[in-house]
Design a protein. Structure first.
Length: 388
């Protein structure tokens, strides 16, 4: 079963849903999609009744905008409780205390950020919305002197972001302050099958332009990334699955892995894979249809899928409208110029940058010898592509 919702449904997801004829909730988004093969649409009452009949509700949604609908209509499935356990970052930290008993964190209301005695907090630390999306509102504090500047930025971001997403997706009224997790950052699309076994569908490495960068500009996957980290991540997912008793459950988890290979989760996003359908990078890289794999209980044959992938990196580039671009008037974006700067762009997805503060998403295949194109876009403020 699938719920398609705003802000974005890729053509690949649309066609995948139509191709496997999964039951799709009829709503404003799904009704407006026009795949070559018709979607298997169900009205709300029919969709709810079907979930009751199935007993086990194997449900995927591309967007956390659907969380409120799930909570109101599918309470009998137990999904709302599971969603809240992970979507609320404070509850997620409480769950993980059994695995990471020494990890320090605290919740603070937005209106009380001015009262924080910054000198009393262990540094470095991360501050972010207790319920968040992408890296909106996320900041790293290493020194006391940085706090005044960051607090001013947070207040400005709250004004910009508070009307863009529902509170179930981005709640800037509460913030989480937690100790900084050291190590390289990764993002994983996976699901728990009917027996509670975690099935990894992709592993993305998140790279940054500097030690203070917390943006989502570049993620990439490769044969080396999959082979190096997949089994260790799987071991952690087994522990989380047991703690939360998860079955038939899709998710996107972000984590850090240290030099000692110790893994620490950052957050787990329930009911979906990578946001804005960027999970489709698994299709570009390995031919994996993550939606079909979850709904049909399929598992990747990684030995076969990684054949002939040596020296190839598959990159997701988020064209975020950060810095002073977020608050100034921008007429347009030169997408053609952007594409010319890459050896092999695979797909460009444009977005409404005025509404969502993102110019779009670009998927590339970048061989090792052309990695300089990724380093350049990683450090770019994108002003060379902006039409003012």
């Amino acid at each position: 079963m699938i719920i398609l919702d705003n802000p974005y449904v890729s053509d690949f997801l649309r066609d995948a849903a139509a191709g496997i004829q999964a039951p799709v909730l009829r709503n404003e988004m799904s009704s407006g999609l026009k795949p070559d093969k018709a979607l298997n649409l169900f009205d709300e009452a029919e969709f709810i009744e079907l979930a009751k009949e199935k007993g086990v509700c194997k449900l995927y949604t591309n967007s956390e905008n659907s969380i409120d609908w799930i909570s109101e209509n599918l309470g009998f499935t137990g999904l709302p409780e599971k969603i809240e356990l992970f979507k609320n970052k404070v509850r997620f930290r409480e769950l993980l205390e059994r695995i990471y008993p020494d990890f320090q964190y605290r919740e603070v209301k937005f209106g009380e950020l001015d009262k924080i005695r910054i000198e009393e907090l262990k540094k470095p630390f991360i501050i972010k919305p207790a319920v968040g999306f992408f890296s909106f509102g996320v900041h790293k504090i290493s020194e006391n002197e940085e706090w005044a500047r960051v607090l001013k930025i947070i207040k400005a971001e709250v004004e910009i972001l508070k009307g863009i997403y529902p509170v179930q997706v981005l709640d800037v009224g509460r913030f989480l302050i937690e100790e900084c997790i050291e190590g390289e950052e990764f993002a994983v699309d996976a699901y728990y099958n009917g027996k509670g076994k975690p099935v990894i569908l992709n592993v993305l490495k998140h790279i940054f332009s500097s030690a203070t960068d917390v943006s989502d500009r570049v993620y990439f996957t490769s044969k080396e990334v999959i082979e190096t980290y997949r089994e260790s991540i799987e071991d952690l997912l087994k522990e989380i699955g047991k703690l939360a008793d998860l079955r038939d459950f899709p998710f996107h988890i972000e984590l850090r892995i240290g030099m000692d290979r110790k893994i620490q989760p950052i957050e787990l996003n329930p009911m979906r894979f990578a946001g804005w359908c960027t999970t489709d990078i698994a299709h570009f890289a390995y031919g994996i249809n993550t939606y079909k794999y979850f709904l049909e209980g399929l598992e990747p044959d990684w030995n076969r899928l990684l054949e002939e992938k040596d020296g190839k990196n598959y990159c997701l580039i988020v064209l975020d409208k950060g810095g002073d671009l977020a608050s100034k008037g921008v007429k347009g974006f030169d997408y053609e110029k952007l594409l010319e700067d890459f050896e092999r762009p695979l797909e460009l997805r444009k977005t409404d940058h005025e509404k969502y503060k993102v110019f779009g998403f670009l998927f590339t295949e970048t061989p090792v010898e052309k990695w300089g194109e990724i380093e350049r876009i990683l450090k770019s403020d994108l002003k060379e592509y902006v039409i003012e």
